[in-house]
Design a protein around this ligand. Structure first.
Ligand SMILES: [Zn+2]
Length: 415
């Protein structure tokens, strides 16, 4: 039986959201948390963008060191040969890519405005796939942007061309959140059957159905005989109304009526990391988790009405589908100093040692070493504009050399 895998796009779709962004250290912590919770692949950034280069390379180094393992780190680029070449010039060690191109008539006419034909789109994509293999890629996903408004026969033709050029997966992008569970089930099943590649569900919430559509698309794909790769973001943060929320997708796949009897994750997912990852994203993006968010919202396990409170006290299963303990609720993510001595950009060594001494298992060998780490912490603060969380301090103390690369933003003269 084919399985479901999670492919998180917080570090791509999430950070390209209007008015939001993450520092390179925050993006790195996000990859670390995604690895911990059991996400199969993180779309960790934009290899053709200059200011991403050092961050991407530093994260590939963390993968080599075994810190980011077994998660796959994959870069998002346009499906054109120029982008592939630039990618391998700037980030030579990159192994996994997703190549994106628009496939709908609306986009081909409205966006490319006559510069590309439907055949031209396929030609660009296959040439880019060939170029990526030639330069050493180990897996290649091909993204059909605006797939939900693309004629199915053309989408199949596009998918078959990708398959002929040995693409690993096809991403079905419901770019505008136009699908509903009934339509995406049908389309994804047909694609799985007719193209014969694993399908990614990339769903947006413009009509409030991102999670439902992801499940229906995954079900269609599995019924069509292929593995499904649901695209998520932490707290659903993504362009416009956002993407399918990571934690909600995990809950929906594992807890909804009859679903898990046939449709299961292909690797171990640690729901107990849900609270930590959601709270970190809340802090890093500066976007509060809605009070009623599934699993991690402040009210997700709150009961006030007499009948419900009485019922849940007698037996939680009366009014709760799952227990709050399962999500790891309550793990602290912030620096808790009691007296609010935080490690900031103007911190001195004694305040810093106080903060680190309370939280860390890392003992500094010398005063110089402590000073060096403090210096890095100051830089990280300058970039993030807020105190660092405990895990970020620990990360810097453990991997100061990698942190140094993440915090270096000197513009590159050459690629
Ligand atoms: Zn998107």
């Amino acid at each position: 039986m084919p399985k479901i895998y999670l492919l998180d796009v917080t570090n791509r779709d999430g950070v390209q959201t209007a008015k939001l962004g993450l520092s390179k250290l925050e993006k790195t912590m996000t990859n670390i948390y995604l690895n911990e919770i059991g996400v199969f692949q993180s779309e960790f950034g934009f290899p053709t963008t200059k200011h991403e280069s050092r961050y991407l390379k530093a994260n590939l180094e963390l993968a080599e060191m075994g810190v980011l393992k077994p998660i796959r780190l994959e870069g998002w680029i346009r499906a054109i040969v120029d982008d592939v070449e630039l990618t391998f010039e700037r980030v030579p060690g990159i192994k996994h890519l997703n190549l994106s191109i628009s496939t709908s008539d609306q986009m081909i006419e409205g966006k490319f405005q006559g510069r590309k034909t439907k055949q031209g789109v396929i030609n660009d994509m296959t040439a880019a796939v060939d170029a990526a293999w030639a330069r050493g890629a180990e897996s290649i996903g091909v993204n059909a942007e605006d797939a939900s408004r693309t004629d199915l026969d053309y989408l199949v033709e596009f998918g078959l061309a990708a398959k002929e050029h040995k693409a690993t997966r096809l991403r079905y992008c419901d770019t505008l959140g136009y699908d509903n569970p009934f339509t995406i089930y049908k389309t994804n099943k047909a694609l799985a059957e007719r193209v014969g590649l694993p399908i990614e569900q990339h769903c947006h919430g413009d009509l409030g159905m991102a999670v439902a559509n992801s499940l229906a698309g995954a079900k269609g794909t599995i019924d069509g005989g292929q593995d499904a790769y649901i695209n998520t973001t932490i707290n659903g943060i993504g362009e416009r109304a956002g993407n399918a929320d990571l934690v909600t997708v995990i809950l929906a796949v594992t807890k909804s009526k009859e679903f898990a009897e046939r449709y299961q994750f292909g690797n171990k997912i640690k729901l107990s990391k849900a609270w930590k990852i959601a709270k970190f994203a809340e802090y890093a993006f500066g976007v509060p988790i809605p009070i009623n968010q599934p699993g991690v919202g402040a009210n997700a396990f709150a009961h006030e009405s007499g009948i419900h409170a009485d019922g849940v006290l007698k037996d939680p299963e009366n009014y709760e589908l799952y227990g709050f303990e399962e999500l790891g609720r309550g793990d602290p993510i912030k620096v808790d100093t009691g007296r609010e001595i935080t490690a900031g950009e103007y911190s001195g060594i004694s305040g810093f040692s106080h903060v680190m001494g309370k939280i860390t298992d890392v003992a500094f060998a010398s005063k110089e070493e402590a000073n060096e780490v403090l210096e890095l912490v100051r830089y990280a603060n300058v970039l993030a504009h807020k105190p660092l969380v405990e895990d970020e301090l620990l990360f810097i103390a453990r991997y100061p050399q990698v942190a140094k690369k993440l915090l270096t933003l000197t513009p590159l003269v050459k690629p």
